[in-house]
Ligand binder design. Structure first.
Ligand SMILES: [Zn+2]
Ligand SMILES: [Zn+2]
Length: 92
């Protein structure tokens, strides 16, 4: 088991959140949350769909159904799943 975003193994990270065949570590969750927060400040929360045709690897929602999609190598996570992971990792 390793984080699908940064490739660090389960033993190398504090927390690893599992999705369907994908994993994200606490560090990547924190990073994703930061990116989403900064983007919200920049555009005032308006949805921006740069990742056209992609879907969240964790919940399967297409980019059109979520506010923001963080795109990693062969893996995507939406703002809603990042919010859940923040809670799971105890980062909030
Ligand atoms: Zn990671
Ligand atoms: Zn999602």
């Amino acid at each position: 088991m390793a984080c699908t975003f940064c490739g660090l193994g389960k033993d190398e990270v504090a927390t690893l959140v599992a999705g369907p065949g994908v994993y994200i570590c606490g560090d990547c969750v924190a990073l994703a949350e930061q990116v989403i927060g900064e983007a919200r400040q920049l555009d005032g929360g308006t949805a921006e769909h740069l990742a056209v045709g992609l879907a969240c690897s964790f919940c399967g929602k297409p980019d059109t159904d979520v506010q923001r999609l963080i795109v990693g190598p062969d893996v995507r996570i939406c703002d809603q799943c990042v919010g859940l992971c923040v809670e799971v990792c105890g980062l909030s």
